[in-house]
Design a protein around this ligand. Structure first.
Ligand SMILES: NC(=O)N[C@@H](CC(=O)O)C(=O)O
Ligand SMILES: [Zn+2]
Ligand SMILES: [Zn+2]
Length: 423
């Protein structure tokens, strides 16, 4: 096993120090002659990022992404763990499928791939999947989600919350009242009216979150809200948290930056669920992340093959890439608030996902060496052709972004060095 000495590194923006990595953990002692020395002056060390919402597309759409290509994109983005969403083909609704995804993650060996199990069979919203079997499988599933679809049936949602309570599981809801979003192509507002596109109203998200926090409160179980996108949702969450409801929430980098005005050019790269909202929503989401009303940044990395994305707006699949640009976008929005970034992108997501070996304290000897090194001064231009993802649907093509991932370590082994994946 390699040993490393990160010379002159700044841990979360603190004064430069030397960081020793050996035997897979942070070590108090220099490892001696054999350690590879990395000049880390000017670089910031963060606990390895953890994504609670990633679409890896395997099994079923390996033309868009595989566990391996998505893992590589994640490592290059500074991630050491990702939670793989269940909307694969076949759906990850059995112990067999989640174990397959988990095993593919182990084989790729670039990040910890933690499968999310479906709440309902085939994501059909009718019959509960075998949540217990997925939880007790080798994959040890803790998060369940029908993401892509909402668990719209309130009775089914209640039963799922009750069921996972036994093993401290969590239901991650894609909050969308389907009757209010029929035919929706973008956010319902001034821009959709001008473009003549059917809108997804903010209330379609807010109504489900309001219902679900009440259900979670009633059951005393854990709810996680995927990709929160509106100012109204933030207010519902703020009130629920003030009452002590066991609810956590995520926001994506794109909802922290981009607005519905971008639909004006009808470029489907900006088509995503939930849709890009207004400037007012963006401001409220930023404030909510600062306040902790929203707990984490999650990418909702949603790779799509060219033919599913480069077509007429109404035919294009919703979703955009996220793993390789998440940290730079967050850095561009909030600046070098390293404590905040570490909490919202590593510590809190690791806690939500139950990934105990991630999001650790890098100043403590014995902490598993899951970390990433960022060069905050480096600026780079996003070139879709250079991304490690198998897909190209980034909304940031041609953007100059701050912050480059220089190295990532998974249990003390480098997965990224000099900005390049090691395998
Ligand atoms: N976000 C998206 O627009 N698409 C996601 C599904 C989802 O997150 O709802 C996908 O799987 O492509
Ligand atoms: Zn979703
Ligand atoms: Zn998603």
């Amino acid at each position: 096993m390699m040993a490393y000495l990160l010379k002159g590194v700044s841990i979360l923006g603190a004064a430069p120090t030397d960081l020793h990595i050996s035997d897979g953990v942070i070590s108090a002692e220099p490892a001696g002659q054999d350690a590879e020395v990395i000049d880390a002056s000017g670089l910031v060390a963060l606990p390895g990022l953890v994504d609670v919402h990633t679409h890896l597309r395997e099994p079923g759409r390996e033309d868009a992404e595989t566990v391996e290509t998505g893992s590589r994109a994640a490592a290059l983005g500074g991630y050491t763990a990702v939670c793989a969403m269940a909307n694969t083909s076949p759906v990850a609704d059995t112990a067999g499928v989640v174990e397959q995804v988990w095993r593919l993650g182990r084989e790729a060996g670039l990040v910890d791939v933690q499968p999310i199990g479906a709440v309902t069979v085939g994501l059909a919203g009718k019959q509960m999947a075998e949540l217990g079997a997925m939880a007790s499988s080798a994959a040890g599933v803790r998060i369940f989600s029908d993401d892509g679809f909402c668990v719209a049936d309130p009775k089914l949602m209640r039963r799922a919350l009750e069921y996972v309570k036994a093993f401290d599981g969590v239901i991650a809801q894609h909050a969308e009242e389907p009757r209010l979003t029929e035919g929706a192509q973008m956010h319902e507002g001034e821009v959709s009216t001008r473009l003549g596109l059917t809108g997804w109203p903010a209330v379609a998200e807010e109504a489900i979150i309001a219902r679900d926090v009440l259900l979670a409160e009633h059951v005393g179980s854990r709810l996680h809200v995927c990709h929160v996108s509106t100012a109204g949702s933030v207010e519902v969450l703020r009130q629920a948290k003030a009452r002590g409801v066991r609810v956590t929430a995520e926001v994506t980098p794109h909802h922290l930056l981009l607005t519905d005005e971008l639909a004006s050019g009808y470029d489907p790269v900006f088509k995503v669920n939930p849709p890009l909202r207004t400037r007012k929503d963006v401001e409220a989401l930023r404030q909510a992340l600062l306040d902790g009303v929203i707990d984490v940044v999650a990418t909702d990395h949603a790779p799509h093959a060219v033919q599913d994305k480069e077509c007429e707006w109404s035919y294009a699949r919703p979703g955009m890439l996220g793993l390789e640009t998440a940290l730079p976008i967050v850095l561009s929005v909030f600046g070098p608030k390293w404590e905040l970034i570490a909490d919202r992108m590593s510590i809190a997501p690791a806690r939500i996902a139950g990934l105990d070996s991630h999001g650790g304290d890098l100043t403590r000897a014995g902490t598993p060496a899951n970390l990433t090194l960022v060069d905050p001064a480096a600026r780079w231009v996003v070139d879709p052709a250079e991304l490690a993802s198998r897909s190209r649907n980034t909304p940031y093509a041609g953007h100059t972004l701050p912050g480059r991932i220089v190295a990532t370590f998974l249990r003390g082994e480098a997965t990224v060095l000099d900005g390049k994946a090691v395998k």
